[in-house]
Design a protein around this ligand. Structure first.
Ligand SMILES: *Cc1c(COP(=O)(O)O)cnc(C)c1O
Length: 356
């Protein structure tokens, strides 16, 4: 039976990336060696790294003055690297979920981190709107897509201080005006590649302004200077990322991707809103994520949660159980998830409704 992969991360990758990875594992760039055993200093891998960086710049239309680097440590490492490298005294955070909370916690190690707003009062089911960012903050940190709670900040906010974003779960899902940001980071395993690397896009002029000593490996400038090759990078993950980026480009880029993603999400949200058995966890349609779609059983049908999970599993749906802090269901509809999988889930929900 066909499996429909709705996992939140690591998550579905394009078949193109899987196929090219298999080829690369057998013979990388005609070297006669596997990408798993190639030197990161070989000219073939240096070309792969440079191409991956160039494709990130091209797809996101990264303006001049910005650098793109690939770093180990995942997005969680960025929670600490951001304040360590960019915060002198004060920073501001929009706390919209568990990842944002973790990022905020790290900032408190390095100075006065201010929570400008939070949606914790309603279990992070909305994006706070009217807040003021202190103008003396060294930066303002946001999480554009809240993977666990299914909310998304789809408009690039206008603020007077440098804007920093964790885009782990919606990077490359839509065009972004990079010029509004001073730093963007994203772990690879949601929309780009297997786990093992984070992409960081940095406006170079914001660096070198903190007075604390920063360990060499945790200093962005080290990796910019060494073109992401200061130490051994996760070679295979970067190779896989390059494949996904090529796939995105061949498909027509981020505008095309966005259109597909909005259509997929709409298909599922429409069914959740229509079906008497289910309700969405995010009510404000403006805040609803196009990447992670969360819903629960409606009042009066709570006991059907496990039966629905079992039924969905019998139909090939994988990974739709919600995160433990929300419960219910979460369907992640990342770039690589085909529309047919969303349609299959919708059909499953309809069939289940008929029999209850
Ligand atoms: C998954 C995720 C993270 C954590 O990523 P790691 O690479 O595991 O550190 C951080 N932020 C967001 C928004 C995520 O979805």
């Amino acid at each position: 039976m066909k499996k429909h992969n709705f996992y939140a991360g690591p998550s579905i990758l394009p078949q193109y990336t899987i196929d090219k990875s298999i080829e690369g594992i057998k013979d990388f760039a005609g070297t006669g060696l596997s990408v798993l055993e190639i030197s990161h200093r070989s000219k073939e891998f240096i070309a792969c790294m440079n191409n991956a960086i160039a494709l990130v710049k091209e797809l996101l239309e990264v303006p001049a003055g910005y650098q793109v680097i690939f770093l180990g440590g995942g997005a969680s490492m960025q929670f600490a690297m951001v304040p360590m490298n960019l915060m002198n005294k004060k920073s501001a955070y929009l706390v919209t979920g568990e990842w944002a909370t973790k990022a905020f916690k790290e900032a408190k190690i390095y100075g006065e981190a201010v929570e400008v707003a939070t949606s914790k009062d309603k279990n992070f089911s909305y994006i706070p709107k009217n807040y003021t960012v202190p103008e003396d903050a060294d930066y303002f940190h946001i999480t554009t897509n809240n993977t666990i709670y299914g909310t998304e900040l789809k408009k690039d906010p206008d603020v007077k201080v440098p804007l920093i974003a964790d885009m782990s779960s919606d990077i490359f899902s839509r065009p972004v005006d990079v010029s509004k940001y001073s730093l963007i980071y994203a772990g690879a395993q949601k929309n780009l590649a297997p786990a093992g690397v984070a992409v960081v896009i940095i406006k170079e002029e914001i660096l070198g302004k903190v007075s604390r000593p920063v360990p060499t490996m945790l200093d962005y400038r080290t990796h910019i200077k060494a073109e992401s090759m200061f130490n051994t990078p996760p070679v295979f993950t970067v190779f896989a990322a390059e494949q996904t980026l090529k796939w995105l480009k061949e498909l027509g880029g981020l505008k095309v991707m966005q259109k597909k993603n909005v259509e997929k999400a709409q298909l599922l949200y429409d069914e959740i809103d229509r079906n008497k058995l289910f309700v969405p966890t995010v009510n404000d349609t403006e805040d609803r994520s196009f990447m992670n779609i969360c819903f629960v059983m409606a009042e009066g049908y709570k006991e059907l949660e496990q039966p629905f999970l079992d039924f969905a599993k019998s139909k090939g749906m994988i990974g739709i159980a919600g995160h433990r802090s929300v419960g219910g269901f979460r369907a992640s509809t990342y770039n690589a998830l085909p529309r047919e999988s969303v349609q299959a889930l919708v059909d499953t929900m309809r069939e289940f409704e008929k029999s209850h």
